[in-house]
Design a protein around this ligand. Structure first.
Ligand code: GLC
Ligand code: CA
Length: 562
């Protein structure tokens, strides 16, 4: 640890207490089915998480973001929710949830729950009621039902595609056994979209948010936050008439799309904010909103959710210019709105960054082509990928704002590219044959031990097959091993907590090969994106993502200096 005389240190505990705990938190995403299995049924569960709280505490995170744990048939890994105010019996009970929350809190770790408001599952009570009720009924008005076109209504109301491929409309069989109306689903057909024009839907989500807030949940991650409000006035435009969405941060700048990022969605979040602010400390929220960068701030405003994911770094190559402009732009945006920035490289929807950075040219920007070509592990330069991933993560941990980590990245875990078709689970794979291989490769259960059944994940196998090479990434192979990725993350997070300072950054050097910045308390981060060795500034090197060479910073490496 650097001496307190040279730095303006905040106490370790101070970093996560107070109403602003979220502004610069290190948040660890747990995908519960793949984290730790306590009862040997092959599926991770809440008791498994509780048992690993000491691990999470030793890692040094401030909060856990828990992906959906609600009753679900897992048509989309739990993002198809049957009941918003309960725990999936496969994962445990509400009592287990309370126990887990208490254990996290006792360890000084906050809990962020994933809320999925755009759609329920097709097994939700309301959807079952809608199917049983007649056309035009109040039960149908909670979802988006329309008559079909054509002679017998056999043609979907529009030719829109769903996100996972295939049509965005599904025809139902009416209670009398005849083919009937169609319902809209932006994602899988097991995920019918709610009608957010319906006050009952709005009321019910407030009840859900209150339910979990009362149980001690500290914040919420809002799934597809930008899709809730839709303009479905007739006639519906055809696919060809829809404004071009673009992808990710290239979404529309004007909110004119009929179902993405409409201005009125913010009315919902203003209501949520009022509820959140009734708690002490106020509940926090972060929007998952793949919108045009110029429109992200609205989700993150203090009158709205407070924070929004910024996926820009996750979508960028390991490139100094790209990183610099993304960082500068996002910090300016955060400052202008009063939000704090968010940073993320990996989550349950993308190829792990230790793999992305080690893929050969022609693998597709985010590894999609590599996956389509079979996802062979031998095609990946894992050493390069991991070196860059560690350098990128260390840079991220020094940035003002909150850092989101995905389970397993602290182990340097690689994507499992190669999974037998018969073992795959992601609807994106099934709905879009040959085009989308899906996201199962980052959802393979974690290796805790280098030997034993399912590498210590549980006693009864793993719901997605773990490759043999997982052994080398296991927690027990890295714990107390100097320079292992796990020990590196632990050190980085510990220093980060001690060094955290005002949400500002000053560039010292930013060119095509080096990004060097400092924080107001003198904490400096230098990353070498180029090919030569880089001279480090005066001061003490407290941590580096890889070994220095003769005191200099080699390529694909980050160092912290105080
Ligand atoms: C979000 C989730 C993703 C899910 C989708 C539909 O993008 O991150 O995993 O499939 O929403 O709920
Ligand atoms: Ca289990």
């Amino acid at each position: 640890m650097p001496s307190s005389s040279s730095l303006n240190l905040v106490s370790a505990a101070g970093a996560t207490t107070g109403p602003d705990w979220w502004r610069q938190a290190a948040v660890y995403q747990i995908y519960p089915r793949s984290f730790s299995d306590s009862n040997g049924d092959g599926i991770g569960d809440l008791k498994g998480i509780t048992a690993k709280v000491p691990y999470l505490q030793a890692l040094g995170i401030d909060a856990v973001w828990l992906s959906p744990f609600y009753p679900s048939a897992l048509a989309d890994g739990g993002y198809d929710v049957d009941d918003y105010r309960n725990v999936d019996p496969k994962l445990g009970t509400l009592a287990d949830f309370d126990e887990m929350t208490a254990a996290l809190h006792a360890a000084g770790i906050k809990l962020i729950a994933d809320i999925v408001p755009n759609h329920s599952s097709n097994r939700h009570e309301w959807f079952k009621e809608a199917l049983a009720a007649p056309k035009g009924s109040a039960a149908r008005a909670r979802y988006i039902f329309r008559d079909g076109l054509g002679k017998d209504g056999e043609v979907p109301p529009s030719d829109w595609d769903s996100k996972f491929g295939g049509p965005a409309w599904e025809r139902i069989i009416e209670a009398d056994g005849t083919p009937g109306q169609w319902y809209m689903h932006i994602f899988a057909k097991e995920q019918p979209d709610f009608n957010w024009d319906n006050p009952e839907v709005r009321e019910d989500f407030l009840t859900t948010l209150k339910f979990w807030s009362d149980r001690g949940v500290d914040g919420f991650r809002i799934d597809v936050a930008h899709a809730l409000v839709k303009d479905l006035s007739e006639p519906l435009p055809s696919k060809a008439e829809l404004p071009v969405e673009g992808t990710g941060a290239d979404g529309l700048a004007d909110g004119s799309h009929p179902f993405w990022d409409r201005d009125d969605v913010h009315g919902i979040y203003a209501e949520w904010r009022k509820l959140f602010n009734q708690y002490t400390p106020p509940r926090t929220a972060v929007a998952e909103a793949w919108v045009h960068a110029s429109r992200r701030a609205r989700y993150a405003s203090p009158e709205g959710l407070g924070q929004a994911f910024n996926f820009d770094l996750l979508q960028a190559d390991f490139d100094a210019d790209a990183f610099r402009s993304i960082i500068t732009k996002n910090l300016a945006e955060a400052e202008a709105t009063g939000a704090s920035s968010t940073w993320v490289f990996s989550n349950h929807d993308v190829v792990r960054h230790a793999t992305r950075y080690g893929l050969p040219a022609g693998s597709g920007r985010h590894g999609q082509d590599w996956l389509r070509q079979g996802g062979s592990a031998s095609a990946v330069d894992t050493e390069l990928g991991l070196a860059r991933a560690r350098a990128a993560s260390l840079l991220m941990f020094a940035l003002p704002g909150s850092a989101y980590l995905y389970q397993g990245e602290e182990l340097g875990l690689q994507e499992v590219g190669c999974i037998a078709d018969s073992a795959r689970q992601d609807p994106a794979f099934f709905r879009n044959p040959g085009v989308d291989i899906g996201r199962d490769g980052c959802r393979v259960p974690l290796p805790w031990t280098s030997e034993g059944t399912s590498f210590g994940f549980g006693d009864g196998g793993a719901h997605l097959p773990q490759p043999e090479w997982f052994a080398g990434y296991a927690v027990d192979a890295q714990e107390n091993v100097e320079d292992s990725t796990l020990e590196f993350y632990r050190e980085a997070l510990l220093y980060r907590r001690h060094l955290q300072s005002a949400e500002q950054l000053k560039w010292v050097r930013a060119d095509a090969s080096v990004l060097h910045f400092s924080r107001p308390n003198g904490w400096q981060s230098v990353t070498n994106f180029g090919s030569g060795l880089v001279e480090l500034p005066a001061g003490t090197v407290i941590l580096s993502s890889g070994p220095l060479e003769g005191g200099k910073l080699p390529r694909n490496t980050t160092a912290w200096i105080v």
